[in-house]
Design a protein around this ligand. Structure first.
Ligand code: SF4
Ligand code: SF4
Length: 152
């Protein structure tokens, strides 16, 4: 097996900690919700999602436009790995494949690994493709106006 090959149905058969880098990356369903600005209540840790997108997010495909250099360009960007997962999963969407597997649940039918189609996540309405605004179009005093319910 080369490092780019994915083992058959690895998401069901391989522990997350034992996945190759290619398998780990393939777990991402491409929803882009982790790249949306979120508002967190400091006292309750409750998180609200907005439809305000990180400056590097492609608003149509929900993919990062400079994934290899994302941390250098956006220092707040969180690199999701096993070490971080416990700490960050409370603010990740419940539909996120990393969170689903970490909680012992299954991938959904619209996940590209199940459907075989990268666009199924958009067709299922899981992503906000075409419904986001770029962060540089929003004044910081107006953030509350962009909260979207039901994305958590
Ligand atoms: S929320 Fe999870 S599945 Fe969606 S883009 Fe982020 S890491 Fe990928
Ligand atoms: S820099 Fe990080 S948060 Fe921004 S679009 Fe890329 S992966 Fe998402």
């Amino acid at each position: 097996m080369t490092s780019h090959e994915l083992r058959p149905r690895f998401w069901e058969t391989v522990e997350m900690a034992d996945m190759t880098q290619a398998e780990w990356e393939a777990l991402c369903d491409g929803c882009g919700k982790c790249c949306l600005l979120k508002l967190e209540d400091e006292e309750t840790a409750e998180v609200e999602y907005t439809n305000i997108a990180c400056k590097l997010l492609d608003l149509g495909t929900c993919r990062c436009t400079d994934y290899p250099n994302r941390k250098a360009k956006v220092p707040d960007c969180v690199i999701i790995d096993m070490a971080e997962l416990d700490r960050i999963s409370y603010w990740m969407p419940r539909t996120c494949a990393y969170r689903l597997l970490a909680e012992g649940r299954k991938l959904k039918s619209w996940h590209p690994l199940i459907s075989g189609d990268r666009n199924s996540v958009h067709r299922a309405g899981i992503s906000l493709a075409g419904r986001m605004v770029p962060e540089d179009h929003v004044h910081e005093d107006d953030l509350e106006d962009y909260v979207v319910e039901g994305l958590e």
